[in-house]
Design a binder for this molecule. Sequence first.
Ligand code: GRF
Length: 188
Amino acid sequence: MRLAVLASGTGSICKAIINADVEVAAVVVDRRCPAIDLAEADNIPVVLVERSNFGTGFDRNQYSTDVVTALQAENIEVVAMAGFGTILGAPFFDAYEGRVLNTHPSLLPSFPGWHAVTDALQHGVRVTGCTVHIATLEVDAGPILAQSPVEIRDDDDENSLHERIKLTERDLYPATIKKFLAQMEKQR
Ligand code: GRF
């Protein structure tokens, strides 16, 4: 199974996947970001599908098609999103239906969206965590594969809490990806 990781940020989750001996065939990024250097340091091909428009004129479907084209050029069969900063549209989810995984920094269905960590803090919940799920067109809503709880401390801010959640993501996500790939192999 050829796996691609989609990233936009620091790439620490992407790096955890690579470190867990999950074979990553390509890392796809939507902007210049530290994930590029991390992947290249491990000799993993990086494809930049640069998003040039962050305004209202952004053509999400065209961009999604461009991502699919880049993935297909690398013969990618399964995609793991790891902090990818662009919401992809139907052309992507049609091409990879049931074969896109995501990790999200809350216990879904609580706190979907970009501000999951702040939302959990503002809501005053005492436990949050991370969720690995199959990604679908509806953001942060697909079938849940695994979850791990993280306690919220009285002195937590967004940064400290997100870092502790990421510690759990770096274990749970690679382990879940491995299981998922093994299942997909069986079904071949
Ligand atoms: C993770 O918390 C992930 O759940 C969220 O973005 C973060 C990515 O972290 N979608 P990093 O850029 O890999 O450090």
